[in-house]
Design a protein around this ligand. Sequence first.
Ligand SMILES: Nc1ncnc2c1ncn2[C@@H]1O[C@H](COP(=O)(O)OP(=O)(O)OP(=O)(O)O)[C@@H](O)[C@H]1O
Length: 232
Amino acid sequence: MTAGQAPLLEVRDAVLSFGQTPALRGADLSVAAGEILAVMGPSGSGKSTLLHCMAGILVPDSGEVRFDGRRVDRMREPERSELRRDRFGFVFQFGQLVPELTAEENVAMPLLLGGTRRGPALAEARGWFPRLGLDGLGGRRSGELSGGQAQRVALARAMVARPDVLFADEPTGSLDSLTGEQVMEQLVDAVRENGTTAVIVTHEARVAACADREVMVRDGKVTSLRLERTGP
Ligand SMILES: Nc1ncnc2c1ncn2[C@@H]1O[C@H](COP(=O)(O)OP(=O)(O)OP(=O)(O)O)[C@@H](O)[C@H]1O
């Protein structure tokens, strides 16, 4: 992050418990605009909870969450829902596509929800298929796609409305390592091309190696920051 430039996303001293189970215990994290950040750490350390707080899905019990200078933790649910719809894209590990819809219709969905008419929305959606190696698959339903193809369709759907931030939680976790690597490369290419900021939760060091920077979550805190590839 350049000195003096405000981060696009910021978490300060976030604390969150699920009943008696502490998930975040004072997490701090800043993400610059256009940065691709990998969030690593052991199972149960709080990575997903941290991502959900940054994305306005969960609200911490205490602490602050900011997006573009706005206090996300102070927003009511309708405002957070609007923020998620209009500014964020999401890719999760499993089961994200609507099985009754074709791949093209799945990709077009965020545009349709945002008020774009069906024809232009489908045309825009179709444009993502060749870029992601999905030529000819637009008419298929999710049951007729491989795991890697389905994740690429999910990526296209997350990116089609050109979000400011892509939140990805174990996006390659259900794929074999070669397919996972290909999907990850395409994810990174797509976010770089669009200047999208990305927060990617992953267990895999090879996935994290594609990011600009890695952080570690341990026991609900962001414990170590390791700067990677700080060149131009
Ligand atoms: N909905 C929930 N209800 C109760 N406890 C939860 C819930 N979600 C998470 N937790 C607990 O909060 C802690 C942090 O969970 P979180 O899912 O954030 O970890 P994680 O680092 O993403 O784990 P993993 O790598 O296994 O996905 C864990 O102890 C977990 O069991």
